[in-house]
Design a protein around this ligand. Sequence first.
Ligand SMILES: [Zn+2]
Length: 223
Amino acid sequence: MEDNTAAARDESRQPTAHDLEVLSRQLGRPVRDVVEIPARCVCGNPLVAATAPRLSNGTPFPTTFYLTHPVITSAVSRLEAGGTMNDMNDQLAEDAGLAAAYRAAHEQYLAARDAIGRRSGIGAVPEIDGVSAGGMPTRVKCLHVLVGHSLAAGRGVNPLGDKALDMISEWWTADKCYCDGAWDTTGEAPSRDLSRHGPQGLPDIVGRPAPVRKSAGSGKAAE
Ligand SMILES: [Zn+2]
């Protein structure tokens, strides 16, 4: 590989402030601990976010590649709803070659995660040694994970992620930009501040009273 190609790839992996804003708009929530952008639309927008194998709060995090582009995530959801995962699990049980390739994809996932841990200065995360995601190495439990892996690793690494990409080609292909109108670009992006409140903050926002622990009179205030 040419040095300048590798350098260009390293540069495109680095998430910019704009990337992080786009990610939070794509997902409708703030993103945290994103350390690389391993796959981009032809227009440059992120397709996949790579999360650190250990979050900043110390939690080990095995799911490295997260599919963020709404056009792809909804297309993959359609496959899931249509029973594609059951079909793939049947194929894994019947086809030894496919099963071996899928196991190799699992190993590549672990190696890619180790490399990301090294590049981001996090180092080894022994708690998740041998643990990948999406059901690998023997099952298919989340197609989004497999497609995220295929987009991050490139074709020819994850056979079932590649297959799912082929199956969504009616809705998304790598050679075109599908970003226009795919997420809300108006107003402020979901901010870090909101994430701190989480679902617990919701009753206040929507004006519902918080549950009452003690009631002076009836004793039946809550429920
Ligand atoms: Zn695009």
